[in-house]
Design a protein around this ligand. Structure first.
Ligand code: PLP
Length: 382
């Protein structure tokens, strides 16, 4: 199987990830921090190491600013539903948001009577700072935006946008699900207040892992309350971080695996990963643009893109094309709307969806050439 669905979840995971998870299950599968015995302490120390590694990877103020969740969706829900919005507050998002931003926001529209503007990309498919600026009102409290679109790969001009948020005293929530592990992110340098990400995509960790990294010391309402292993006499959620935001038994095997995944990313080097995936994307785009009945979407300036390319072939439904690639060529891609319905509205592809191809650090030129050949063959039949 040739795997080109890294934007959904990376595969294969490094062996070190599987080993770390196996070790967590077989050698210290105790409840981290609960009980105080040696095994619980070992589990806790692995989680602490993961927290420290992530804090340093994204330059968080401290490891207590790193909170573990099940996925990026849960981290985004914590950031959005936990934020102290008041009636009439306004949020600026973009047409490229994933449902894990759209749906919590739309819930807040109903429950807290906030308003939301979804900014359109420009003609080249990029979200401009000017468009973001124009969307600001005197009620704007937050920008909630994806660092890169999971449909077109378009990257937002993060530094300029964050300068704008600082100037206007607006919170910046960044969904880095498509960039963490591919692009260097420094929450201080990049002016990010809340950074949500998936552990199971380019950070090469296992599914069941997501992270919210915070910069400030503002108080979010915990999404979930319950046991934290300490202050058990109190009926209320403790105030101290990260416990306040991590009720219930932690996903120790997943977090151990995520730690191993991040170590692998560090060993490969972000720059190497970026260059490798860019080279595959450039090869793919340059060949596929010559195929007459294929249309590709996304910015023409390839420096503004992560290695995510969506395409359509004539009138073929995206699911049909993906099934042909899967069944006849053993190539995995993702069809449909990619949980980003507004992006497809903008691209006018809601009806048939698109086939998304996304590359990862272990994909090879040969694999990409195989996909190009497959698309050429299929295009002759439709
Ligand atoms: C941009 C973006 N945000 C959020 C998510 C949600 O990630 P998770 O499945 O880890 O909740 C995804 C996953 O596809 C994504 O691409």
């Amino acid at each position: 199987m040739i795997y080109f669905d890294h934007a959904a979840s990376s595969y294969p995971k490094p062996d070190s990830v599987a080993h770390a998870m196996h070790e967590a299950v077989s050698s210290y599968s105790a409840n981290p921090g609960r009980g105080g015995h040696k095994l619980a302490e070992r589990a806790r120390s692995v989680i602490n190491e993961a927290r420290k590694t992530i804090a340093s990877f994204f330059n968080a103020p401290s490891s207590k600013h790193v909170w573990f969740y099940q996925n990026a969706t849960m981290a985004l829900n914590q950031a959005l539903l936990g934020f102290p919005f008041e009636e009439g507050d306004h949020v600026v998002a973009t047409k490229f948001e994933h449902n894990s931003i759209i749906r919590p926001l739309e819930r807040l529209v109903i429950e807290k009577k906030i308003t939301v503007t979804y900014v359109e990309p420009n003609v080249d498919g990029v979200i401009s700072v000017d468009a973001m600026k124009k969307a600001i009102t005197n009620k704007t409290r937050m920008f909630a935006i994806s660092h890169a679109s999971n449909v077109t790969g378009a990257i937002v001009p993060l530094r300029e946008i964050s300068l704008l948020t600082k100037e206007k005293q607006i919170m910046l929530l960044l969904d880095a699900s498509q960039t963490a592990g591919t692009i260097s992110i420094d929450i201080d340098r990049d002016g990010i207040d809340l950074l949500a990400l998936a552990g199971h995509k380019s950070l090469l960790g296992p599914q069941g892992t997501g992270v919210l990294v915070t910069k400030g010391d503002f108080d979010l309402r915990p999404l979930i309350v319950g046991g934290t292993g300490g202050a058990s006499e109190s009926p209320f959620q403790p105030l101290q971080w990260p416990e306040r935001y991590e009720a219930g038994t932690m996903n120790t095997p997943g977090i151990a695996g995520l730690l191993a995944g991040i170590k692998e990313v560090e060993a490969l080097g972000l720059n190497h990963i970026w260059q490798h995936e860019q080279a595959l994307m450039r090869l793919f785009i340059s060949e596929v643009q010559e195929i007459e009945n294929i249309k590709m979407f996304g910015p023409s300036d390839l420096t503004n893109r992560v290695a995510v390319i969506s395409l359509s072939m004539n009138n073929l439904d995206s699911h049909e094309l993906a099934v042909i690639l899967d069944e006849h060529y053993d190539i995995a891609v993702r069809a449909g709307l990619h949980c980003a319905p507004k992006a497809h509205e903008t691209l006018e592809t809601s009806e048939k969806g698109l086939v998304r191809v996304s590359f990862g650090p272990y994909n090879t030129k040969k694999e990409v050439e195989r996909l190009i050949e497959a698309l050429k063959e299929i295009s002759l039949a439709f």
